[in-house]
Design a protein around this ligand. Structure first.
Ligand code: SF4
Length: 653
């Protein structure tokens, strides 16, 4: 049975909304399948249908790699149909509510509520209100407990899903880790259940997913709270449900060279390039970095696969920029050969290369020169993260001031005029002096740049983000700095930079106020009680919380006060309070592989470093394993080169 497209109703309304092109679909490399594609395929049997969402506007959501990869992996199977949906802007929401047009996919404009599965990828917790809006527009009950047999199974993934407790009431399931294999495993379970004529209904389907041990179904776990508001225990509430749910790790990235058919957006988007992930994971051990901790171990793509993916992606998409992505791209064991090989291959063409994230100490100017061979010299960005050497020891980001100065000196002497430095404010154990050290560092950078280049137009932009403690990191126990103190520290820093007339005009200063960080902190380390806050915010009109023009701190605080009344806990309890070892953290039943005692030891090392201890956790790619727990727990291992291969120029351009 087919499902009618909402497009005829939608089309008439498109001229009345902003950027209507974002709702029409039909992008190059998008896929439209028959609603019953399995029936006409060799496989036969029931079709499994996924609606995939990145819960933000099209311009942010379309380039998202995670969704693009899953879209492709799923659609490669002839018995699976996957379509995409994005958050609609408020003007479109109004039209949809007036005209009773449900949340739709952009591929075939089918109602999201008609799919078997609704998968959402959260790279940030600030997308939670957009999920509620999409559910409501789709006509899917907000609460998982109220959903019926015909409603899709709502599944969360992405980094935020490593603590899905704040959205536990709204999702049917959550998946931790790499999605490629698990979406196929979920599809198999759904197919079998449908082929058997849905025995036991929705509850049985969810049970089948949960017993795999790899899919978290919140309804099968009860949370008990102690009198002081902390969690007493999280335990399965029926037989056969595992006590802990494990993350997925994709081994051998060469076997999964996606995206192979990159989507080319119709409307302007935040990134317009073809991105290739050159490795997954990072074991540098920066204590603030949740992405590094939860994606261990490092798994590299080989230089050959990277070369093939770039060649194929450019040919299929026509993009002129290629980004080599990963958490710290210059750490790839063959990055020099990758850069030179690609630069040789595309020399003289209009293809330019970029390396979006690099570390100060891994970077070298030869590499930067290779990447700018075909293109304009854009600014270079380095992330020392902590302003003072003391702070960098606390966070285990072992970049010395000398490293940084040496690197920027090389950059300025090779013709770069602009360097961007990224820092965080509000790190554990931080003092005003640590933040003011950012000004000294920026001044030294400018002075060195002027010295080596002999020019006066050298610039350094200092960009500062507020630190938010995240689950599954050594800082998961740390108190978050309140927003007033964050703002005050940043005000002091700005004043110090401005006062020095010799440097003030050469230093740009970018930062956000501390308020959104507190909301992110509430959502990151929250438990199930925080779900009421999210719902209250959404009911009060909260949408697009990642956008400063839509975000309302006051709305979040007023909603939290109302929703948490009588619980004995409040926003401060979730954010600025330090936890101790014995406290049951809301995500403790979700297994990222990291050993709790190792994390705690690392937290204690951070505190010791703040008092002057000289402790460095090195990278296990190049030093012996230090037993963080991940590899034995997950049955994984580090996969790094070098392969010794070289990329040959494929064609003369
Ligand atoms: S278990 Fe050992 S080798 Fe594996 S990520 Fe942790 S420290 Fe590295």
């Amino acid at each position: 049975m087919s499902v009618a497209s909402v497009f005829p109703r939608l089309e008439a309304k498109l001229p009345s909304v902003q950027k209507p092109i974002q709702y029409v679909g039909g992008e190059l490399n998008s896929v439209v399948k028959d609603w019953d594609c399995a029936a006409s395929s060799e496989t036969g049997g029931p079709t499994v249908r996924w609606a995939l969402m990145y819960p933000d506007a099209y311009e942010v959501g379309l380039p998202n790699q995670g969704v693009q990869i899953l879209y492709e992996v799923l659609n490669e199977r002839d018995w699976i149909l996957a379509e995409r949906t994005y958050s609609v802007w408020p003007d479109m929401e109004k039209v949809m509510r007036e005209e009773q047009i449900p949340q739709f996919t952009v591929d075939s404009h089918r109602p999201v509520g008609a799919f078997d599965l609704f998968g959402l990828s959260f790279s940030t917790e600030l997308g939670y209100t957009n999920m509620l809006n999409a559910l409501d527009l789709a006509g899917i009950p907000l609460h998982a407990a109220d959903r019926g047999e015909d409603d899709p199974v709502v599944i969360a993934g992405g980094h935020a899903a490593f603590n899905p407790e704040p959205i536990a009431d709204f999702v049917d399931a959550a998946v931790l880790g790499d999605g490629e294999e698990v979406v196929l495993a979920i599809s198999e379970v759904v197919r079998e259940w449908k082929a058997e004529d849905r025995p036991g209904g929705r509850d049985e389907l969810l049970r089948r997913l949960a017993v795999t041990g790899n899919i978290y179904v919140p309804r099968f776990y009860d949370v008990a709270y102690a009198a002081d508001g902390s969690i007493e225990a999280v335990v399965p509430n029926r037989p056969g449900i595992p006590f802990r749910v494990r993350k997925h790790t994709l081994m051998d990235l060469d076997q999964w060279p996606y995206p192979a058919n990159p989507l080319v957006p119709l409307a302007e988007t935040v990134h317009e390039r073809f991105s290739v992930e050159i490795f997954r994971g990072c074991t540098r051990g920066c204590r603030f970095c949740q992405a590094g901790m939860i994606t261990r171990p490092v798994r590299e793509r080989s230089i050959k696969t990277i070369g093939d993916m770039v060649e194929n992606g450019i040919r299929k998409s026509g993009f002129e920029e290629v980004g080599l992505l990963s958490l710290s791209s210059a750490d790839h064991t063959e990055i020099g050969d990758v850069a030179k090989g690609l630069a040789d291959r595309y020399e003289g063409s209009n293809v330019s290369l970029s390396l979006p994230s690099t570390r100060v100490d891994a970077f070298n100017i030869t590499l930067a020169n290779e990447f700018s061979r075909n293109g304009r010299r854009s600014g270079l960005t380095f992330a020392p993260e902590g302003g003072s050497e003391r702070m960098r020891k606390v966070i285990n980001k072992m970049v010395t001031e000398e490293d940084l100065i040496r690197t920027v000196a090389a950059a300025y002497s090779h013709g770069w005029r602009q360097v961007k430095l990224y820092f965080m404010c509000g790190l554990p154990q931080e003092t005003d002096e640590d933040v003011l050290a950012i000004a000294d560092l920026a001044k030294r950078v400018i002075a060195k740049g002027r010295e080596v280049s002999g020019r006066n137009d050298i610039r350094c932009t200092v960009s500062i983000g507020g630190f938010v403690p995240k689950p599954h990191t050594p800082f998961q126990w740390a108190p978050q700095l309140d927003h007033e103190a964050t703002d005050e520290r940043l005000r002091l820093l700005r004043e110090v930079v401005r006062e020095d007339r010799k440097y003030a005009r050469a230093i740009g200063f970018r930062y956000h106020d501390g308020k959104p960080g507190i909301v992110e902190g509430l959502l990151s380390r929250g438990d199930r009680r925080v779900g009421r806050v999210i719902e209250e915010v959404w009911r009060d009109g909260g949408r697009f919380d990642g956008w400063s023009e839509h975000f309302s701190y006051d709305r979040w605080m007023a909603s939290a006060e109302k929703a948490l009344a009588g619980t004995g806990v409040d926003v401060d309890w979730y954010t600025t309070r330090e936890r101790d070892y014995d406290e049951v953290l809301p995500w403790e039943h979700l297994d990222s592989g990291l050993d709790k005692d190792w994390l705690w030891g690392d937290w204690e090392d951070a505190l010791a470093a703040a008092d002057g201890a000289d402790i460095e956790i090195e990278d296990c790619r190049w030093t012996p394993c230090y037993d963080c727990g991940v590899c034995p727990e997950m049955g994984t291992e580090i996969q790094v080169g070098p392969t010794g291969q070289k990329l040959l120029p494929l064609s003369v351009v």
